[in-house]
Design a binder for this molecule. Structure first.
Ligand code: SAH
Length: 474
């Protein structure tokens, strides 16, 4: 280890910054956050620094560097764009045994300012000892994305109750378990939900019990359509913290690969011979058992859990059984497939509304407003429709949708094998058969679907066999 890390208390302590430009201004801002008494020495000041002087937040020593400026300082930062001027500051500071940092110049620095992830009072500082700043920055970005903003509030709360926690759980093992619960359980959950009073109440309640509580809960996470880049930061965090992941068949292997290494992954999709309700009941029981056992459960669903994902039923069950839960939305298939096929779902010239529909064309009475779905200048996204394309197109046309309305059938949307088949509605079933389209596929019907041939950017080009599309391409 070439650099010894310290966190310094600069509150009400004079610090000298030499240089009056943008770089100096950034350093000054960070120092002010630490409540240091900042003096800036420079012939001229950048606007932000001039404002700070005018507001009485910093003091300005005008002119070229003068060693007398070092008189009161505990720490010195040189941020001029002139290396010899910086060197002069460094020499003068070193002669007085003052720590000096020259920005981006490790050779002229007796201390360095690390990259930080700030969840005050929790602060993570990262240093590559000046040799690999890009690596340090990468690591910082990783940590930024992994750590929820509410972590600071959690650390603050833990600090306030530290004495009482120690009182309540004198034995180290019990205390550890309590802290695990604090970091993983309902207190952290409440803070993420922006409910600080509830968090504190849960903490007090737990402190009134003799046993350390267990952190079991369920996070209902939308995994998106397949491309792991479409996960939200919250989804990634949940995957990183999970003890057990109950996932559907639709969730891609690439997404599961991002989970914590020792998390147990259980595929809970429909089993052969099992009906949907039996599957759902099995999933409900499993979520409850796992959470009761104190495990952090992630219920991972394709797309978004609240869009044709039975997420509502799962929450109703958890609520009825007193299991704590959170929801992380995901990018639903319609949004992802449209984006990855170059289809703007609404467009000022073509579509003012969008409907998300699950297609079950069994019998006449399927409860859908076909006349409404068949209206022009709107976009309809059909989920789970691959098995009934013939009936679907026939109904839309019978209810007045023009037979030449463009459709796009997006198979494996956002995944490496994505295919987009396009054409006029009247040829939907024939083209799907011709190309052997299989699930998962999403059907988009509407004027906007015709834009895919021009706006596509991902995967193989749209396969248009329709006369209309050929004419446009020519
Ligand atoms: N909750 C999911 C939808 C579940 S229903 C969501 O919000 O996306 C399952 C249907 O979603 C599939 O039959 C298909 O129509 C669609 N779907 C899901 N992922 C898809 C993908 N990657 N490409 C195309 N369609 C997809």
């Amino acid at each position: 280890m070439t650099l010894f890390p310290i966190f310094s208390d600069l509150k009400n302590r004079p610090v000298l910054v030499v240089g009056g430009g943008e770089v100096a201004a950034r350093k000054v801002q960070a120092l002010l956050q630490a409540e240091a008494l900042v003096t800036v020495g420079a012939p001229t000041l950048a606007p932000a620094l001039r404002d700070a002087v005018a507001a009485g937040r910093i003091v300005h020593c005008p002119g070229r560097f003068n060693p007398a400026w070092l008189e009161q300082a505990w720490l010195v930062i040189a941020a001029t764009d002139d290396r010899s001027a910086n060197a002069e500051v460094y020499e003068a500071a070193s002669a007085r045994r003052l720590f000096c940092n020259v920005v981006d110049d490790p050779a002229l620095s007796s201390f360095q300012v690390p990259a930080i992830v700030d969840r005050s009072p929790l602060v993570i500082a990262i240093s590559s000892s000046g040799v690999a700043p890009v690596l340090a920055r990468r690591l910082r970005e990783r940590l930024e994305s992994l750590l929820d903003q509410s972590l600071g509030a959690l650390a603050g709360l833990a600090a306030r109750y530290r004495g009482q926690i120690r009182e309540r759980h004198r034995e180290l093992g019990a205390r550890r378990r309590f802290y695990d619960w604090l970091l993983d359980g309902p207190v952290a959950t409440a803070l993420r939900r922006a409910r600080p009073q509830e968090a504190e109440a849960a903490l007090r309640q737990a402190l009134s019990q003799a046993e350390a509580p267990t952190p079991g809960r369920v996070v209902l996470v939308g995994a998106g359509p397949g491309d792991p880049g479409l996960l939200t930061l919250k989804a990634l965090r949940a995957l990183n913290e999970a003890d057990v992941i109950l996932h559907d068949r639709l969730v891609s292997a690439e997404v599961l690969a991002l989970a914590r290494r020792d998390a147990e992954c259980i595929a809970v999709g429909k089993r052969p011979g099992e009906d949907h309700d039996a599957t759902q009941a099995r999933i409900h029981a499993l979520m409850r058992e796992q959470a009761r056992a104190g495990r952090r459960v992630v219920r991972l669903k394709g797309g978004d859990a609240f869009i044709f994902g039975r997420g509502g039923e799962e929450l109703e069950y958890l609520r009825a059984h007193g299991v704590d839960y959170e929801v992380v939305p995901g990018i639903t298939a319609a949004l992802a497939c449209a984006a990855y096929a170059g289809i703007p779902l609404t467009h000022r010239d073509h579509a003012q509304t969008l409907q998300l529909v699950t297609a079950h064309c069994r019998g006449e009475e399927d409860g859908l407003d076909w006349a409404g779905l068949a209206r022009s200048r709107q976009t309809v996204a059909f989920y789970m429709g691959v098995g009934q394309l013939e009936a679907l197109a026939a109904r839309l046309i019978a209810h007045g949708r023009a037979p030449d309305t463009p459709f796009a059938l997006v198979e494996n949307g956002s995944r490496p094998g994505q295919r987009v088949i396009g054409g006029p509605l009247s040829q939907l079933a024939a083209l799907a058969r011709q190309h052997g389209v299989a699930a998962p596929a999403l059907l988009i019907v509407g004027e906007v679907a015709g834009l895919a041939s021009q706006l596509a950017w991902f995967g193989t080009a749209t396969q248009h066999t329709a006369p209309q599309a050929e004419a446009r391409a020519a």
